[in-house]
Ligand binder design. Structure first.
Ligand code: NI
Length: 253
């Protein structure tokens, strides 16, 4: 069954040794598609170039909350230019991260909001990173109501998931939904309607069981999909087809 990874960072240095080999092998392993996610302007530019070279790869362009302090004046202009390319399908990943606080919160907020405005203007979907910042993230998503998007690597509560669904967002699950201690997250996956669910790896991070702690790669989205099939009580083939259909809808492929 064909698989689709809606969120990967293949340009991470963790893949420097074998990236070329993986790029050849992934389509042979049934990867119908994957989205290479930008975390700053430079990475987004490289993601777009990677996507232009490989038919199964799409790219997103955006500034991650961790990188918010590094965003230069006029960075949205550079992102806007990248978004004109057909292989650049979304703005992301963007959002707020109060767990690490790598950038000051006010800077994270203004960089996030600038990109939400860009999404409104360009009519592109957004890929949302939200960690320990539920209230502020949801308040901004409500302020910019009407955007299409996905809550990536979802780790919040069922209540917050319901709010995001009400705003029209997809909810994407990573390897963390396979962990034995995912007792709060698995009920969220059970709740999210099939027409709003997505699977991702967020590789090189968050390898699913039974590979937890090791480097992740896009092919392991299979284990996330297996877990979701389990939780949703549907077949593996059905969840794979649903994930691809939802990814196409969200990203306009
Ligand atoms: Ni990511």
């Amino acid at each position: 069954m064909a698989i689709f990874d809606t969120h990967a960072h293949l340009l991470d240095e963790a893949f420097d040794e074998d990236r070329e080999k993986l790029l050849t092998e992934l389509p042979q392993m049934g990867m119908a598609g994957m989205v290479e996610i930008g975390v700053d302007v430079d990475w987004s530019r490289k993601a777009a170039a990677l996507a232009a070279e490989h038919a199964f790869i799409y790219a997103s362009a955006g500034v991650h909350p961790h990188e918010a302090s590094g965003a230069k004046e006029g960075f949205t202009g550079e992102l806007r230019e990248l978004l004109l390319r057909p292989e650049v399908v979304a703005i992301g990943e963007i959002g707020l991260d109060y767990h690490y606080d790598y950038s000051p919160r006010e800077v994270q907020q203004s960089v996030f909001e600038a990109q939400l405005r860009l999404a409104k203007e360009t009519n592109k979907p957004v890929i949302i990173h939200m960690r320990k910042a539920y209230e502020d993230t949801m308040a901004l998503l409500k302020k910019y109501k009407g955007l299409r998007g996905v809550m990536h690597c979802y780790s919040g509560s069922l209540e917050t998931a319901k709010e995001a669904l009400k705003l029209g967002y997809f909810i994407s699950f990573s390897g963390s939904v396979t962990f034995k201690n995912a007792v709060n997250l698995q009920p969220v996956a059970e709740y999210v309607p099939l027409e709003r669910i997505l699977a991702e790896t967020d590789c090189p991070y968050l390898s699913p069981e039974p590979f937890r702690g090791r480097r992740n790669d896009p092919s392991r989205v299979r284990y996330v999909l297996e877990k979701l099939a389990d939780l949703k009580k549907i077949s593996y083939d059905d969840i794979c087809a649903i994930n691809i259909k939802n990814a196409r809808e969200l990203f306009g492929l």
